[in-house]
Ligand binder design. Structure first.
Ligand code: SF4
Ligand code: SF4
Length: 433
């Protein structure tokens, strides 16, 4: 899984040397905010990466730990006046950490092989795991085990992870969505729909809602029942070659020439999907199609705002008090900020209250809440405090990781709020619910 040559030394030097050390990004960085240590800041991390690229420093365990302490939230990119491409630096830095193997232990290697290298490389395997988990939950075994007190015998960390296990949906996307869904009324566009990996297991209902909303807005929607992971998990965890393999697979399965748009409803996936041309820049066979692919990938909110949102019919429903939490990779990674609010405002009875610090990471950050539970917990507490301050009954957010994290946080705080994807709220309005 690892390359023989250094990822950071091979990275285009114009990306490595962009940072002018101004420090404008520091106040927006959640890890720097927590520790006030330069090494935990974007500027500090970039300095470490550059030192390695310049051969002034070896990639040590301390370097690797630092790269995994970074959330990859990309808030620093939004703040940076010099246009530093932190996303690219960060992915290469983690790949470097994996290449030199300074974090390697037998347990870590097994977990990485099982998840990143096996489970998420073929979604049929993930579905199988989802089916087992669904049975475990539907047969009441989970409730039984939770009530039996057996969990108290387990180490704290395992107990915390068990409590975070999401509820698997009764049906996956392929059972809810036809391979071809025709536009309601006149067809204006032909789009493809990506159903995701974890999204498909835990939020297949959001995928169904997305397809319904697209059809309502004049799109024929093609949703192949068997799909691949987008590869963001792989790219963000230092598995560059596996991410490239998945990018090629997706381009083959969704030929970009055949669609007006390729739709994703997960902020984290979208941010990665829009950069396949970076991943495949040295692949002469794929680069042209990857560039076309990047141009065709659209976040659902972005696409709806672009084609115009058909307003749902007024049905006299009671006002719905909503606040909006921004997925980092939607707002910082894709700069999609106004469009989700447009989607929400299209729903007649929604009263939108702005969430203070709506762009501050909730701590989910891919698998950060599993690998760095303390920092993730602090961020979640901060997020929940602000959600509470709005008094909203619904938190809308456009990324599955954020949905789960915010849901867990609100539940732990004893709050009676619903967490929903903006597209679900729009689909419900179309259905007159
Ligand atoms: S990605 Fe987020 S956590 Fe990492 S350096 Fe940038 S702002 Fe800080
Ligand atoms: S990353 Fe950008 S904002 Fe941060 S110190 Fe470098 S140039 Fe300044």
């Amino acid at each position: 899984m690892s390359a023989a040559t250094s990822y950071l030394k091979n990275l285009d030097y114009s990306v490595v040397q962009q940072c002018m050390h101004c420090g404008m990004c520091l106040p927006t960085c959640p890890t720097y905010d927590a520790t006030k240590l330069e090494r935990n800041s974007p500027r500090g991390r970039i300095a470490l990466m550059r030192a390695i690229a310049d051969d002034r420093l070896e990639a040590t365990k301390a370097f690797a730990d630092e790269m995994y302490f970074c959330l990859g939230c990309l808030a620093c990119m939004t703040a940076c006046p010099a246009g530093v491409n932190y996303a690219e630096l960060f992915e290469h830095a983690r790949a470097e950490a994996e290449r030199v193997g300074v974090l390697k232990t037998p347990k870590r290697s097994f977990i990485r092989w099982f998840t990143v290298g096996w489970l998420f490389m073929d979604l049929r395997r993930l579905h199988l795991l989802g089916l087992v988990l669904r049975l475990y939950q539907q047969l009441g075994l989970q409730t039984l085990i939770r009530r039996s007190g057996v969990l108290k015998l387990m180490p704290n960390r395992l107990r915390e992870l068990e409590a975070m296990t999401p509820q698997v949906q009764p049906k996956f996307s392929a059972d809810l969505i036809a391979p071809v869904t025709r536009a309601l009324g006149q067809r204006r566009y032909r789009v493809a729909m990506l159903t995701g990996c974890a999204q498909d297991l835990v939020f297949s209902d959001v995928n169904r809602d997305t397809v319904e909303v697209l059809a309502h807005n004049g799109c024929d929607v093609i949703t192949p029942p068997e799909q691949s992971c987008c590869g963001s998990l792989h790219a963000h965890n230092g598995e560059w070659e596996l991410a490239q393999e998945l990018a090629r697979r997706n381009i083959d399965q969704f030929p970009p020439e055949q669609f007006d748009a390729i739709i994703t409803n997960a902020g984290g996936c979208g941010s990665h999907l829009k950069h396949y041309s970076h991943l495949l820049e040295h692949d002469a066979r794929y680069i042209k199609r990857a560039e076309l692919w990047d141009a065709k990938v659209k976040d659902i909110h972005e696409w709806l705002a672009q084609i115009g949102i058909e307003p749902p019919r007024a049905n006299g429903a009671a006002p719905l008090h909503v606040t909006y939490h921004e997925s980092c990779h939607l707002c910082h990674g894709q700069k999609v900020t106004a469009q989700p609010r447009q989607v929400l405002r299209a729903i007649g009875n929604v009263q939108l209250t702005e969430l203070p610090e709506s762009m501050w990471c909730c701590g989910s950050a891919g698998i950060y809440n599993i690998t760095q539970p303390e920092m993730a917990g602090e961020l979640l507490e901060r997020k929940v405090k602000y959600i509470k301050s709005t008094g909203a009954r619904v938190v809308a957010t456009g990324n599955p990781g954020c949905m789960l994290q915010v849901e867990n946080g609100c539940r732990a705080a004893g709050m009676n709020v619903r967490v929903a994807h903006p597209v679900t709220l729009l689909a419900e309005a179309y259905r007159g619910e």
